[in-house]
Design a protein around this ligand. Structure first.
Ligand SMILES: [Zn+2]
Length: 362
């Protein structure tokens, strides 16, 4: 019995030590609002590209930029970083052609409930509107911000001004810079980006600014502040889709892919991040596909808009590329997964769905 107790003690100590020396010290989460798995895995959808109502009179340019004979070539043209880098060295989930399914658990299939599900790891059916008040549910980012070694090392940047409420900035204790906000007016770069936002073309009114500003604000913060957890939320993929502009939608996704490449190059060339940082990319909801003209939209009445995807790369995550095995994953599993990747266990006042264990080496 004494031996048993001693062994248990030693095992516990070694587990604790391995948590302190967790191979993943930092995580960056990126979302691009409502970008469909159909384009992630199949590239440009010719049925939409050929519809005059959606192609903005740019059919030839679309085929030149994103057209190719095979699915593999098409998706690489649209998302070269995701397919050449994560598709080789990371893992990509959600190709329903192989029965690999990732879904919303929430019954609404639009943004606020989707982001709340991602970060709370929990579906609160009361969160049923994009105008919902400040989120009463604790999110994993605020949990992480309170853990030793992570305080003041968590930040979020979003194109859409709802993230202050979704992540409950007032309560959560980490900075959420979104909509027209500026992180720090005393910093020349942040100030300039804020002025550029204010004076820019605002096709989505002032609730949401073009992704380029969010991207450069977040990258500037990353380089100067060296956070351990960073969330970047892009929005144009959703906005252009609602407009029915397929060319703008694909271009927005292609830009996000380019920025992911910039981000990963920075991570892998900087001593604080190199080989100790995970990158998780996903979406808040899918969009219609069954009725092709409904690709522009998403909600509980639009078939298929609960279908999502994610990609991940980082230390200890095996290089499996596109996952072709049958499985069912839910969006609410991301929150605990984010915590576990950092060697933490997310607990709070509401239940938290279990982590995805498919890519943890046990
Ligand atoms: Zn939308």
């Amino acid at each position: 019995m004494k031996h048993f107790i001693l062994c248990t003690f030693l095992i516990t100590v070694s587990l604790c030590e391995s948590q302190n020396n967790n191979p993943i010290e930092n995580i960056i989460i990126v979302t691009t609002d409502g970008f469909r798995w159909q384009e992630v895995f199949n590239g440009m959808d010719s049925a939409i590209a050929e519809t005059p109502k959606f192609n903005e009179n740019k059919k030839d340019q679309l085929y030149k930029k994103y057209g190719a004979l095979t699915t593999i070539e098409r998706r690489k043209k649209l998302l070269p970083f995701i397919w050449n880098t994560i598709g080789t060295n990371g893992q990509i989930y959600g190709n329903r052609t192989y029965g690999n399914k990732v879904d919303n658990s929430n019954p609404y299939w639009f943004s606020y409930p989707g982001y709340s599900e991602i970060f709370c790891g929990y579906v609160d059916t009361a969160v049923n509107s994009n105008k919902y008040k400040a989120n009463p549910n604790t999110n994993v980012l605020e949990y992480i911000n309170k853990q030793p070694g992570f305080n003041k090392k968590v930040a979020a940047f979003g194109a859409w001004d709802a993230f202050d409420r979704i992540l409950n900035e007032q309560r959560s204790g980490f900075p959420v810079t979104c909509g027209g906000e500026v992180f720090n007016n005393n910093d020349a770069t942040q100030k300039l980006i804020g002025e550029m936002k204010r004076d820019s073309y605002t096709p989505f009114d002032t609730a949401e600014y073009l992704d380029v500003f969010t991207n450069y604000q977040a990258m500037d913060y990353l380089k100067k502040q060296q956070p351990r957890v960073l969330y970047i939320a892009y929005g144009e993929t959703d906005e252009w889709a609602h407009e029915g502009n397929y060319s703008d939608y694909l271009d927005a996704a292609h830009r996000v892919d380019k920025w992911l490449n910039d981000l990963w190059n920075y991570i892998q060339s900087s001593p604080n991040y190199k080989n100790k940082t995970a990158l998780l990319i996903t979406v808040d909801h899918g969009r219609g596909d069954k009725n092709k003209s409904e690709w522009t939209s998403h909600n509980a009445k639009i078939a298929d808009s609960n279908e999502i995807w994610f990609a991940i790369i980082g230390p200890t995550i095996e290089a499996k590329g596109e996952i072709k095995t049958k499985m069912q994953i839910y969006q609410k599993q991301y929150a605990q997964t984010i915590a576990k990747l950092l060697g933490l266990n997310f607990t709070c006042e509401h239940p938290v769905a279990p982590e995805l264990n498919t890519f943890f080496v046990r």
